[in-house]
Design a protein around this ligand. Structure first.
Ligand SMILES: *Cc1c(COP(=O)(O)O)cnc(C)c1O
Length: 365
């Protein structure tokens, strides 16, 4: 037993710290490049919403005051948009922090938590932190295998995470499949639908957590301002559910989890329809281009309903990562998801996409 293990709570020593996408600043310093594009963390490539930036500036004059704890103004506005009660929403410091609230409120020692593999890595980490047991069910055809996940549910199962669309593959589970799954879930299981990419999903069979929440099902939905709303740097996301489930999250929440600046920017971003339309347009154009290029190069990829594509580069992903990095493009190598020839590539601006494809072609020789 190492020195630190004597101090740690059970299970923590086996954990590995989250590996984020490589920061632009690191790459600039290490390689002496000035022009670096990060296609590694699914941020919006066209800059933030101008309306959000302006609102954030205005709010600066008030930062001597604590923010509103429950983000009341924003919560009321979101509730009206979704036609639900404000008590059915809680805002926190990113959807990541909403996941922490979910695990703090619901995962007891010994609870089993069913999730896909690969999926968003926080589900596993948070489960282990709480002393729960992650039950990982392999994807089938790069999407959630709901039948196998249902078969993995036992008396000890407390939560099921379904990341829809799934990160890192970008695939969705369809409404009919999800509804069949929900109808068969036993009453002691809470389904958490992580919808971080909700606004990017255009498939008409894509389900919406709010429908199930309105029907009183044991469902929590998670969404964020980091992806389509373009304010990842401010850290704001939210959880949706019955007032009972959301009330439980509020019990374990910190008093002031969302800064004034984040609340003001989110409020403004909600009204910036032009910005969201521009993000979607850039994304559709870039997605079509990248898919066409991957097809031309004979590289298989998952059908994406998001702002990223999971592609098989048919070469060692770390070698590809290094070589593409030297051209000033950061991607996410697949070995972190046990897919050593794959990569997750955020759809960038068309300039960035073309630069990425050129770099990829050069390293494939
Ligand atoms: C980006 C992402 C999040 C985290 O969003 P934040 O609001 O930035 O914390 C959560 N879940 C998934 C699947 C994501 O891709």
């Amino acid at each position: 037993m190492s020195h630190i293990d004597k101090f740690l709570r059970k299970g923590i020593s086996s954990l590995k710290a989250y590996i984020p996408g490589k920061p632009i600043e690191d790459v600039q310093a290490e390689l002496g490049l000035s022009d670096v594009a990060k296609l590694a963390s699914n941020e919006t490539p066209i800059g933030p919403s101008p309306m959000a930036v302006e609102a954030a500036h205005r709010e600066l004059a008030k930062i001597n005051l604590y923010p509103e704890g429950p983000a009341t103004v924003l919560r009321n506005k979101m509730a009206r948009r979704l036609s639900i009660e404000p008590e059915m929403i809680t805002f926190s410091n990113g959807a990541d922090n909403c996941l922490t609230l979910v695990s703090n409120a619901f995962i007891d020692e010994g609870d089993e938590v069913v999730m896909a593999e690969p999926t968003f890595s926080c589900y596993q980490t948070l489960t282990v932190i709480m002393g729960g047991r992650p039950v990982q069910v392999k994807l089938r055809n790069l999407t959630h295998d709901l039948d196998a996940m249902l078969a993995a549910v036992t008396k000890k199962t407390k939560l099921v995470f379904v990341c829809n669309p799934n990160n890192p593959t970008g695939t969705i589970v369809k409404r009919s499949d999800l509804e069949r799954f929900i109808s068969r879930l036993p009453g002691h299981v809470l389904l958490v639908l992580d919808e971080a990419y909700f606004e990017f999903a255009s498939d008409h069979d894509y389900p919406d957590s709010v429908e199930y929440i309105k029907k009183g099902m044991n469902v929590i939905g998670l969404r964020t301002f980091s992806k389509i709303y373009g304010i990842a740097g401010l850290r704001i996301g939210y959880a949706l559910g019955s007032s009972e489930f959301i009330g439980a999250l509020n019990k374990v929440r910190e008093p002031f989890p969302v800064s004034r600046i984040a609340q003001a920017a989110a409020l403004a971003a909600l009204d910036d329809d032009d910005y969201r339309a521009a993000v979607l347009k850039n994304n559709e154009e870039g997605k079509a281009y990248l898919m066409g290029e991957f097809e031309r190069m004979g590289l298989p990829f998952a059908p994406s309903q998001t702002n990223f594509i999971f592609v098989d580069l048919k070469m060692d992903c770390r070698q590809a990562f290094d070589s593409i990095l030297r051209k000033g493009i950061i991607i996410r190598p697949g070995h972190i998801w046990n897919s050593p020839t794959c990569a997750r590539v955020t759809i960038g601006t068309m300039d960035q996409n073309r630069k990425f494809i050129r770099a990829l072609e050069e390293c494939r020789g």
